[in-house]
Design a protein around this ligand. Structure first.
Ligand SMILES: Nc1ncnc2c1ncn2[C@@H]1O[C@H](COP(=O)(O)OP(=O)(O)OP(=O)(O)O)[C@@H](O)[C@H]1O
Ligand SMILES: [Mg+2]
Length: 283
């Protein structure tokens, strides 16, 4: 069943994403998209994609690095390169890395669907046991957070809140998500250099990921203790810095993971269970 096939399109040009989505959805595939390699990696966390169509030239993380990552960590996911620069060298390079096929831009719907079905056939043959998971609606989004930027502090969690409200999620879950996101965001503002708040909503689970570049934590257990704080003086003058942020996230979430590297950064993964979503169809 085509509907059970999940395809991720990665391209920094919205027009390419739109046309891939239109053409492939029409064929019955379940299609999601990401505009940056790093978002694609996050979306692939649960290994639900059977095929990734990726551009080669993208800002921040190029397609080749993404392909290398997929080959190593998601070997049973097929890769097709979409490229506007089909030089012999880049094509050879991507095929050497294990890409199944390539489509050059601009492409016709037939070129795209042919390459897609060919690639799916080959990946199914190579990994006959990979479960082709049922289609899931995934909704994602992200906001940037700037360290020390008091003026905009809170805007990432506010944006999350309005997105969730637009999706018809029960208020109780929105409140817990917004509180957790706000605490995590404030930690980036107060303690780190810069960060990003991602959210991934899949079925009845909302996952918030707040990743920063910053000093990290030497002792995570200590940082989690109520009342422990190294908050700067300015934040205390504003009523923050009471050492209650991380405990508050734990109180409001259904799952919490923290991963911190000293002089590197910190990543929080926060799970909020959602029940009674009215609709999560607006993918
Ligand atoms: N993203 C981060 N990067 C580096 N250190 C952090 C980060 N988040 C928290 N910490 C460390 O953990 C401590 C406790 O964090 P927590 O959020 O519980 O309290 P706080 O931020 O100090 O104060 P409050 O959240 O009450 O305003 C911080 O003071 C800091 O030392
Ligand atoms: Mg805090």
């Amino acid at each position: 069943m085509q509907k059970d096939i999940n395809i991720l399109v990665v391209d920094d040009e919205p027009v390419v994403i739109n046309s891939c989505e239109r053409v492939l959805k029409e064929k019955g595939y379940n299609v999601h998209s990401a505009m940056r390699g790093k978002d694609a990696m996050l979306m692939m966390k649960d290994n639900i994609y059977n095929l990734v169509l990726t551009d080669l030239k993208m800002p921040e993380m190029d397609g080749i690095s993404l392909i290398e990552w997929i080959r190593q960590s998601r070997p049973d996911t097929g890769i097709v390169v979409i490229t506007g620069y089909p030089s012999h060298q880049t094509i050879q390079e991507s095929l050497n890395l294990g890409c199944i096929d390539y489509v050059s831009k601009p492409f016709t719907p037939v070129m795209l669907t042919d390459a897609t079905s060919r690639a799916l056939k080959r990946i199914k043959k190579r990994f006959p046991n990979k479960e082709f998971s049922p289609a899931t609606d995934i909704i994602t989004g992200y906001s940037y957070i700037k360290g020390g930027d008091i003026t905009n502090a809170g805007s990432a969690s506010k944006a999350l809140r309005s997105h969730l409200m637009g999706l018809g999620i029960p208020m109780e879950a929105i409140r817990r998500a917004a509180v957790s996101a706000f605490e995590a965001e404030m930690n980036v503002v107060m303690h780190a250099v810069a960060g990003i708040l991602f959210y991934i909503l899949k079925n009845t689970e909302l996952k918030l990921i707040v990743r920063d570049i910053g000093p990290g934590m030497e002792d995570v257990e200590l940082a989690m203790k109520e009342g422990y704080t190294t908050a700067p003086h300015w934040s205390k003058q504003m009523g923050w810095g009471t050492g209650l942020g991380l405990p508050n996230i734990i109180k409001n979430s259904d799952g919490f993971k923290i991963d911190s590297i000293v002089d590197g950064g910190t990543t929080l993964e926060i799970i909020i269970s959602i029940t009674g979503i009215k609709s999560n169809e607006n993918n």
